[in-house]
Write a protein that binds this ligand. Structure first.
Ligand SMILES: [Mg+2]
Length: 281
């Protein structure tokens, strides 16, 4: 790619994996622990992925890597990344951090969009009702913007998702279920909105709109992948289970798990620093 590049990447099950996810997906590689919480290993990153990200960070004029996650800011900051991102995106686009500090202009923009959906407290009441009914184990509110519940995947299936979705739709909220977590998110919250904001910031500085590369594994990454000039979806992921990625510029990796992450980071290298472009740094 001949101009600046913005890489927007999901983290969980795209670049980092819990020991359980590694066991489920395969594709294990030599790796290191990048997140510990309450004495437990939460996430690991393959060493080749860590080195690849650190290498990309050496070319800040050519490439900006933006971790883009549904995690809360606190959960995001718990991860020991191999580089210090200038921008990161948390709460599925609800929060943009620049140098670790909240971008207040973006927060105001988000608040204005959230005002068009039902308030988070109202949705939390619905989830609390499911906890009382024993359908959801625990309910949480994240960044005062969205809710998620911890569920037993053996007892929380498509029927429960459908029932919850029916309650969310009239409120302009949506549901995403991933293993032990069920998310309820307002329609105003999308990773792609925040990426467009970061892209505008970078374009204003560089006088050139950066090309967008993206990677993600779930339907919460869908709008981000759709927006991208080139995207990657890991094999074995939630998206891949419903067939080939439904976007023309998005590639499915050959391998799963950490090996997929390694493929994706190698592809970014190829796109950003490939043939004859190192000179740009
Ligand atoms: Mg993910």
């Amino acid at each position: 790619m001949s101009g600046p590049v913005l890489v927007s990447t999901d983290l969980d099950r795209t670049l980092i994996f819990s020991p359980r996810a590694t066991e489920l997906l395969g594709g294990g590689l030599p790796r290191s622990v990048v997140e510990v919480h309450e004495g437990r290993v939460i996430s690991e990153m393959a060493d080749v992925v860590r080195d690849g990200l650190a290498e990309l960070a050496r070319f800040p004029a050519a490439v900006t890597v933006v971790p883009t996650t549904t995690r809360t800011v606190r959960q995001l900051q718990r991860i020991d990344l191999p580089f210090t991102p200038r921008f990161s995106i948390a709460a599925s686009g609800g929060v943009v951090l620049e140098h670790g500090r909240v971008d207040e202009a973006w927060s105001r923009d988000t608040a204005a969009r959230l005002a068009r959906c039902a308030p988070v407290a109202e949705v939390r009441v619905v989830l609390d009702g499911l906890v009382e009914a024993g359908v959801v184990l625990r309910a949480h509110t994240a960044e005062d913007m969205f809710c998620y519940g911890i569920v037993d995947p053996a007892r929380f299936g498509p029927e429960e998702v459908e029932r919850l979705t029916a309650q969310m739709l009239p409120r302009s909220w949506r549901v995403a279920h991933q293993g032990t977590k069920v998310y309820a998110l307002p329609d105003a919250l999308h990773k792609a909105h925040a990426i467009a904001h970061v892209r505008d910031r970078l374009a204003a500085e560089a006088g050139d709109v950066p090309a967008l590369l993206a990677a993600g594994d779930t339907w919460l990454d869908a709008e981000m992948l759709e927006l991208a000039d080139r995207g990657w979806v890991p094999a074995g992921s939630e998206i891949s289970r419903s067939g080939p990625p439904p976007w023309p510029r998005v590639t499915l990796t050959a391998s799963a798990g950490h090996a997929a992450a390694a493929e994706i980071v190698a592809a970014w290298h190829e796109a950003v620093l490939g043939a004859g472009e190192q000179a740009r740094s």
